[in-house]
Design a protein around this ligand. Sequence first.
Ligand SMILES: Cc1cc2nc3c(=O)[nH]c(=O)nc-3n(C[C@H](O)[C@H](O)[C@H](O)COP(=O)(O)OP(=O)(O)OC[C@H]3O[C@@H](n4cnc5c(N)ncnc54)[C@H](O)[C@@H]3O)c2cc1C
Length: 304
Amino acid sequence: MNDQFYKELNRILLENQIKLHERLEYHTSLHIGGPADYLVTPRSIDEIIKVIDLCKQYSIPYYIIGNGSNLLVSDKGYRGLIIKFDEHFSNISISEDGLVTAQAGVMLSKLAHELARQEYSGFEFACGIPGTLGGAVTMNASAYDGEMKQCIIGAKVLSSQGKILDLTLDELQLGYRTSILQKENYILLEATMKFAKGDKQQIISKMKELNGRRRDKQPLEQYSAGSTFKRPQGYYAGKLIQDAGLSGYQVGGAAVSEKHCGFVINKDGATAKDFYQIIQDIKAIVKEKFGVELEPEVKMLGEF
Ligand SMILES: Cc1cc2nc3c(=O)[nH]c(=O)nc-3n(C[C@H](O)[C@H](O)[C@H](O)COP(=O)(O)OP(=O)(O)OC[C@H]3O[C@@H](n4cnc5c(N)ncnc54)[C@H](O)[C@@H]3O)c2cc1C
């Protein structure tokens, strides 16, 4: 640990906003991941900017996480500082004409329920995605009949040079699991969305129906990071994996879900090494059988 860096970090944040040697398994839906040197939970844009400036000054690498629901973190953890966006950075403001501005740390489920409460429709698709707004915009998360691209009209981001930029929807370049945020290492601070009024009962029953479909099809009772692979053009990753005979295939504690082959689950105390290896095995077998190159959707952090 760098004592001087830690001292200065304490001048920016309160003691309870800084964790040392924090195991990232507690911050990922896979429940996998070794310790990060530092993990901080900022409460304002000013704190984020100051923390990043300090990291740059001390040449300490930093990485952003939200709810960790699309993350595989190495067993060795992360040598650097994790900035976690959580409920301390999750304000939502909704104006009368359906303009919604929310901070990066708000959970999609919370935002969906708040919109339903205020009778706005168009975000039902996101209610069962277990991530934050920051992760969802960065990944252009989508489900059923919706994607983030349909509701976003703009966003405030922090560039790697430390500038706050207001980007339009076009400038965000949202595509299938991609965005300008990924390409340029921008940090999403807040996003603005637009929704129309709808019928509250219909909104709530649609959310219930979509969550029911999730429970029926997906192994929600087990730890996962959702779909492990992106959808290859013209195919479904889960179907390819199933047709390759890999349902239930296991490496250490990591296994292909028998309920939905697109999900690799942490079945029994999997390490990141198990998870990484099963991804390599699945890729190689699917490539050999069908000539299709699978690309992981899950983001990897640390050394593998
Ligand atoms: C059971 C389950 C079901 C799922 N279903 C779906 C689904 O239907 N559709 C779907 O699209 N995804 C799904 N996912 C995957 C995941 O929930 C989404 O990708 C989600 O958007 C990730 O959000 P997060 O906050 O957890 O991001 P994290 O996992 O914390 O981070 C993901 C990536 O985003 C970056 N990031 C996070 N916040 C920010 C920020 N503020 N600024 C810049 N970069 C940031 C991180 O650096 C990382 O690269 C599912 C996952 C699980 C476990």
